[in-house]
Structures are given as C-alpha cells and as structure tokens.
Design a protein around this ligand. Structure first.
Ligand code: PMP
Length: 385
C-alpha cells in the first residue's frame, strides 16, 4: 500500500481544493438587496413582524404563500412554509411514518445524506435503489415494491444532490403510475430545480400526479439556492387540506416559521428579486458548470454518472485499486478536501465495487481550482494502492 501516502503527487503543497460543501458561493446571495428590503420592511411593519404570527397563519405568512403559489402556478392553500426545507423533511417524515404499518423508506442510492439521517431519526429503515444517469432504476424499484410497499419514496429529481442526475420525464411518469398502483407517497425535493444551465426542464412530479387517481406526491422547495440559505425558508406543495394538518403540527411544536424572515422572502418575490437573482445565479454558475463537465471528461474519462444540466454537482464512480479510506487519505495528502462518498448511500447500498463515489461540487470553484482539483484526483487514483 505504498501509494496511500502519495508522496509522489507533485502538487501536495499547492493550494487546497475544496470539493466539500454544497453551499451557495457568497456572490450568489444578493445580500445588499435583501438588507435594503429588510430595512424598509422593518420601518413599515416592525410591530407585526416582531410579534407571534396570528392564529390561523401557522402554515405560513399569507403573502409568502400567495407568492409561492404564483411562482409554482398552484393554489396558495396548497403551500405550507417551513424553516428551511430540512424542517419540511423532518415534519413530513414524522407525518408519513407516524401511522405507517412498516417504517420502510426507499431513496436513491446515492442520495442526500442529511435526509436519510432525518428519516432514520423517525424510525425509518431507509433502503437504497440504484440511481442511473436518468433517475432511479425502475426495474429494481418494481422488484422491491413486489415484496414491500414503503411509507414513501424520496427523490431529488432535478440536478440531484450528490450525483447531478435529472430524472427523465418518462421515469417521472412511471414513478407517478407506481405511486398510484402501490399506494406509496413520493417525496420530491427540488432545491436546485431553478438552476438549469442547459436543456429543458421535465415536468414536476407533483404536477404530473395532478389528476392521476391514487397518486400521492409532496413537493419540497427551498429558497436557499435561489435567494439565501440564511433566510431558512422552505416549503411544501401538498394536496389541498394537508397544509392544515401540517399547520396543526407546527402549532404544537414551534408555532410558525419566523414572521420577519417570511416577510423578507415575500418581499423578495414581490420586488422581482427572486427572478432576477435566479437569472444572475444561472449566469454565474453556467461557466463553472461547463468547465467542470469538460475537466472531468478530460481528467477522469467516462467516470461521471451523468452530464448534469444544472445545479451544483457533478459526480463520478472513480475506479480505484484501494479502499475508500485509503483513497481519501491519499486525496487529503494531495490537498483535496472531499466528502466521504459512501456516506451518500443508504446503509444497504454502496458504489459499484472497485470504485469510489465522489461528489464534486463546482458552484464555488474557479475554472483553475476545479481543473487543478480533478487533475490531482486523477493522479491520486492512479497511484493509490
Ligand atoms: N434538500 C437537498 C437535496 C439539499 O441539497 C439541501 C441543501 N443542501 C436541502 C434539502 C436543505 O435545504 P434548506 O437550506 O432549505 O434546509
């Protein structure tokens, strides 16, 4: 195992490359505009915004629900606002698992690790279904459904975290049909959906389910990647009636999301800031995306799971002759920060044997940094044994 220390990697002393967190780069957050509209909001409405939300508004600020309804072209009564979409995942997991006869949850493998932790905290047994370049492997899913119907299936259909994959229109339709046939709920998590740099958007799974008898979809959105994660504004698009049930849950735990932050978010929509910022973030990230796709192709060949059309991530199943542990140590020695790829897999799933899974976020890296990072990764993969 001589290679693991990677003394031979020439760039070990050069600048660290961070392929680690999936957070917005500072320049994607319109801080000055948000500060300005917060200031004018406070001078006009401080007394309302520093009080508890009135009874009846536990599902969220009325104007924000209007704005979100308009943004998604749905009835505002279908919107339930949360403190970040993570709270939506937590509440919905509790809601869906509470009375489930069996606490089985299916998720893409790989998937967003924090979501799995949340589901497990509610007692779920989370099982992985392999993710292909165009979404879940539906043959494997069908096979699983034959033996056990889960409480819900969790998917991130647009520019998936961590893989970058977008679920095809065809697979979305098929998932909706399976939901109707077997009676499980689909949790569709869409924080990156607006950040498309190429191609055309497939239909929201929630929209495809409208009018399909028996299909159940809850869509989870977030303002974290389109305006600011510090606002902690997430939301659920649910069938009419569900937001009321969720509001009762909210009322019995934290009452409501923060009135001030919701009002800021509502104002950000009303003033056109959200739309403008989405355009700006797309313009900012498109060249970083293009660089990443090209750099991965050059340095790592055909290891990429897919060519992402948006979002923050490209990912690879990188062939290695060593363990993940040793590979990560070698990458660390070459000054590359990575998130442990196996952590993105539910406990019963793993990357293909002979490979490590690597999520490579490109949203915060310059062309030079990203290219340097994957070049070093290729060297590490070559040498580590
Ligand atoms: N879902 C996914 C798939 C995510 O990638 C993230 C954030 N990285 C979240 C949810 C959490 O978002 P929020 O800031 O709205 O809680």
């Amino acid at each position: 195992m001589q290679g693991a220390s990677v003394t031979a990697v020439s760039d070990a002393t050069s600048a660290k490359v961070h392929f680690s967190r999936g957070i917005p780069p500072l320049e994607a957050i319109p801080s000055a505009e948000i500060a300005e509209l917060t200031g004018s909001l406070l001078s006009a409405e401080a007394s309302r915004l520093f009080q508890y939300a009135p009874i009846g508004l536990h599902a969220g600020d009325a104007e924000l629900r209007e704005q979100l309804g308009a943004f998604h072209a749905v009835d505002p009564d279908r919107i339930f606002v949360t403190n970040g979409s993570l709270q939506a995942l937590d509440l919905l997991a509790g809601h869906l698992l509470k009375d489930a006869p069996r606490k089985k949850v299916l998720a893409e493998a790989p998937t967003y690790d924090r979501a799995v932790q949340i589901f497990e905290r509610h007692g779920a047994q989370v099982s992985g279904i392999p993710l292909r370049h165009d979404g879940l492997d539906l043959d494997v899913l069908r096979e699983r459904l034959r033996t056990e119907v889960p409480a819900f299936v969790y998917v991130i259909p647009d520019f998936q975290n961590p893989a970058g994959v977008t679920t095809s229109e065809e697979k979305r339709r098929e998932l909706v049909a399976l939901s109707a046939e077997f009676g499980f709920t689909i949790l569709e998590d869409i924080p990156y959906r607006e950040l498309r740099f190429a191609g055309t958007a497939p239909t929201l799974i929630g929209d495809l389910a409208d009018g399909v008898e028996g299909a159940k979809v809850l869509t989870i959105g977030s303002l974290s990647k389109v305006v600011s994660p510090g606002l902690r504004v997430g939301y659920v698009i649910a069938p009419l009636g569900t937001p009321k049930d969720l509001a009762a849950l909210a009322e019995s735990t934290y009452l409501s999301p923060a009135p001030l932050l919701q009002a800021v978010a509502a104002r950000a929509f009303a003033s056109g800031l959200v739309r403008r910022n989405i355009d700006e973030v797309r313009t900012l990230l498109r060249p970083r995306h293009d660089t990443a796709v090209e750099a991965v192709r050059k340095a790592l060949g055909d290891a990429a799971l897919c060519v992402p059309e948006g979002g923050y991530y490209i990912s690879v199943h990188l062939p290695v002759r060593t363990t993940e542990e040793k590979f990560l140590a070698a990458a660390g020695a070459a000054n590359i920060a990575l998130t442990r790829g196996s952590a993105f897999y539910p406990a019963d799933a793993a990357p293909p044997s002979g490979t490590v899974f690597l999520r490579l976020p490109f949203q915060a890296l310059s062309a030079e940094e990203f290219t340097e990072g994957v070049t070093r990764l290729a060297e590490v993969a070559q040498r580590a044994e």
